[in-house]
Design a protein. Structure first.
Length: 83
């Protein structure tokens, strides 16, 4: 990917749903509140954090216009400038 170890590690965590977002499973909480603590409108998932979180709409419009999916086959993962 051509990214530093820390950034590549974070991306891997997010794609594997094992990152720091509240909707990612945790062994610490048996039935956690999955709602995004910042916008309280949806579960805080990777999809929400990158593609639908309201406060990031300007950055998303500027940097990720053509990205509509975070799936395995999405263009995001094959375009170095998008990563």
């Amino acid at each position: 990917m051509g990214l530093g170890k820390f950034v590549a590690g974070r991306i891997h965590q997010m794609r594997a749903a094992k990152g720091h977002l509240v909707a990612h499973p945790s062994w610490l909480a048996e039935s956690p509140n999955l709602t995004c603590p910042r916008c309280t409108t949806a579960p805080e998932t990777f999809q929400h954090a990158i593609l639908t979180f309201p406060a990031r709409s300007e950055a998303r419009d500027l940097l990720l216009k053509e990205v509509s999916s975070l799936g395995r086959d999405a263009t995001l993962w094959s375009e170095p400038l998008l990563i």
